[in-house]
Write a protein that binds this ligand. Structure first.
Ligand code: ADP
Length: 409
């Protein structure tokens, strides 16, 4: 059976199977001819039935000739891709559908196709090379099932289970982190109370003994206070994160000097970590910005606390502030473990804590919320955040804020 290009639309996939048409042309008796006609009628019925089935199928069933041109295109193909058969017969499928896969003869797998309206669909494709009786390639039968919905559902389920896993992990860490300072506070208060009771029970007590006990109690209360500060920070982070999630992190923006904000945080950290070296060369000039003083201070404090807690006691941490065109840039450099490139993006995500980065000093593991909060605060100010880091060398966390326009300009 020959097909010229005009006849392509008439070609039926079922006709690709070998047919006994040769019988008709052969000389023979009437009986033989009748038999052949009957056989042909039956075959015709089968072909029609198969053609109807192909039309009914939801799958896109496409038949291509060996030159990859479309010779048959069923209703399923029309529904999936949007072109009617008469519009595209004779076209090359891969050009029409912008198929993305390395072309091969016997193939089964997933493809991404671009439909007429530009929509992308994912199809499960089965492609078979059909040969004629002589074994020559005659056509390629392509059956495409639309699995876009299924794949989207799979992706959603995956995201959901990843979020649930992160949430479970977070709850475990959060409850542990909140309980640890509480246990320490309770322990220190009990010890202080015991010291006090012992002193009160003593009939005779010298002034020196009273002074000694008071010093001990002061030490215990200091420790309890430090733990309360840790817990306060954790609770504040949790409150901030829920505000961010609800889109309700409000800023009290006012004209201020960024140098002053950074200097104050550095001085506070030097007080709380007297054993650490924090290098900071304060610029002599003011760097005016429009900012929420407490929130920007919180960002500097977070960068600095991280730099201190993830690097060795003996290693210094450097803070810089400089003018870069129309923005002011603050950076905190440490000689800690550094981060591989893949982690440098992810650490800004909510709950994310880089693998293999361990705390070297300070208390509390952290909830993986700080940097996410920092990024939100800075971006809400119209600034940017980032990190430059090299594994085994250290990290520089930075942020920028737009320099405020001088008044009257
Ligand atoms: P955390 O409370 O866990 O410190 P952050 O959001 O502040 O949460 O930081 C997220 C993660 O980024 C940390 O768990 C740590 O793995 C990594 N990280 C943050 N700062 C540094 C740093 N200076 N050096 C190396 N890794 C860091």
């Amino acid at each position: 059976m020959e097909h010229n290009p005009q006849d392509l639309s008439q070609m039926n996939p079922a006709s690709l199977s070998a047919t006994p048409l040769a019988i008709l042309s052969s000389d023979g008796s009437d009986e033989q001819r009748k038999l052949a006609e009957q056989e042909l009628q039956q075959l015709d019925q089968t072909i029609r039935l198969q053609a109807n089935l192909i039309e009914l199928a939801h799958d896109a069933i496409i038949v291509r000739n060996p030159a990859s041109r479309i010779v048959s295109w069923n209703k399923g193909s029309e529904t999936l891709y949007g072109w009617a058969a008469h519009e595209i017969l004779g076209q090359v499928t891969h050009t029409l559908l912008d198929t993305r896969f390395p072309q091969s003869r016997h193939w089964e797998g997933e493809l991404i196709h671009t439909c007429r309206d530009g929509r992308q669909v994912i199809v499960e494709s089965r492609q078979v090379l059909v040969r004629d009786e002589q074994g020559r390639p005659k056509a390629i039968l392509e059956i495409n099932r639309d699995i876009t919905e299924r794949r989207l559902r799979d992706a959603k389920v995956q995201v959901l289970s990843e979020t649930t896993r992160q949430m479970d992990e977070f709850l475990g860490i959060a409850s542990h982190e909140l309980r640890a300072p509480l246990t320490a506070i309770k322990g220190n208060l009990q010890l202080a109370k015991r010291q006090l009771n012992r002193m009160l029970k003593q009939d005779e007590i010298t002034k020196e003994e009273v002074a000694g006990t008071i010093t001990t109690i002061q030490g215990l209360l200091d420790r309890a206070e430090r733990q309360a500060t840790v817990q306060n920070r954790l609770v504040n982070d949790l409150i901030d994160i829920s505000r961010i999630h609800a889109g309700r992190l409000e800023l009290q923006v006012e004209p201020c000097d960024l140098t002053g904000i950074v200097r104050e945080v550095v001085e506070d950290q030097r007080d709380t970590s007297p054993t650490r070296t924090i290098l900071f060369e304060s610029p002599t000039m003011e760097l005016p910005v429009q900012a929420d003083i407490d929130r920007v201070g919180q960002v500097v404090n977070n960068y600095l606390s991280n730099a201190l807690k993830y690097s060795e006691e003996t290693h210094p941490v450097e803070v810089h502030i400089e003018l870069e065109g129309s923005v002011v840039r603050v950076s905190v450099r440490d000689e800690g473990p550094g981060l591989p490139p893949g982690e440098q993006e992810r650490i800004w995500d909510r709950f994310y804590r880089a693998e293999g980065v361990e705390m070297k000093s300070g208390s509390g593991v952290g909830l993986g919320l700080g940097l996410h909060i920092c990024r939100t605060i800075i971006e809400q100010h119209g600034g940017q955040v980032g990190v430059e880091s090299k594994e085994g060398v250290g990290s520089t966390f930075w942020f920028t804020l737009p320099l405020a326009q001088p008044r009257g300009s």
